[in-house]
Design a protein around this ligand. Sequence first.
Ligand SMILES: NC(=O)c1ccc[n+]([C@@H]2O[C@H](COP(=O)([O-])OP(=O)(O)OC[C@H]3O[C@@H](n4cnc5c(N)ncnc54)[C@H](OP(=O)(O)O)[C@@H]3O)[C@@H](O)[C@H]2O)c1
Length: 225
Amino acid sequence: MKALIIGASRGLGLGLTRQFLARDWQIVATRRGAAPGLEEAARAHPKALRLEQVDIDHPAQISALAGRLAGETFDLLFVNAGVSSPPEVPLAKVADAEISRVLFTNAINPVRAAEALSGLVGPGGTIGFMTSLLGSIAQCNGGYELYRVSKTALNMAVMCFGAQAAHKGRTILLLHPGWVRTDMGGPQAPLDIETSTKGLAETITRHHGKGGIAYLDYQGETIPW
Ligand SMILES: NC(=O)c1ccc[n+]([C@@H]2O[C@H](COP(=O)([O-])OP(=O)(O)OC[C@H]3O[C@@H](n4cnc5c(N)ncnc54)[C@H](OP(=O)(O)O)[C@@H]3O)[C@@H](O)[C@H]2O)c1
């Protein structure tokens, strides 16, 4: 099996890369700048892990990546890249530039990247996105307003993406990793990276080839929209 993981420099993207390496997958993993943990993994797995560079906020970099990978076929494309925003600031008080940054990186550009790279995924392949439970409208209890809006928008953008005829037969996954101790999740989060990404890798593997679109947590449980 072969995967392309976008945003693997650290945190959950790096953890997911390690999980698939442990399952003997071939991986192309991207970073946008320094990524010491990922570079160490590449040194430890020179045949299985290849590194690429892309910042999803730069369309020219996405096109260039698609060009460099042309001719390869992946079973899984997984877009993990995402950013947080201050949790306690109500949407009405957030600066326009910050709204733009979070919405483009979390909602729009993951789908633009998937559009540009989806030709590399085989007809029965899987395209996954890292969303969040905080994007669930049904389970909203306030706080994290801009981040919630960005992940709800991602969910809708992915629904529209997955509804295209070109993706018939593919499996489209929107995955919530749990609340995890990463730079984004913070030290008080209950889950470690290994527990979350092991569950995510198992969930992806279980759904591979099933087709359709699903919004699931790291334990494979369906999340209400
Ligand atoms: N941790 C949690 O509790 C939690 C919960 C729900 C959902 N999530 C989601 O899980 C994903 C990963 O989060 P994390 O906790 O691992 O966060 P993290 O430690 O902050 O890592 C974020 C990753 O995204 C990359 N990234 C950010 N903007 C990018 C861009 N424009 N282009 C390419 N890569 C970019 C970062 O690369 P750099 O190293 O270059 O910055 C880094 O690899 C995110 O989508 C996040 O929203 C996390």
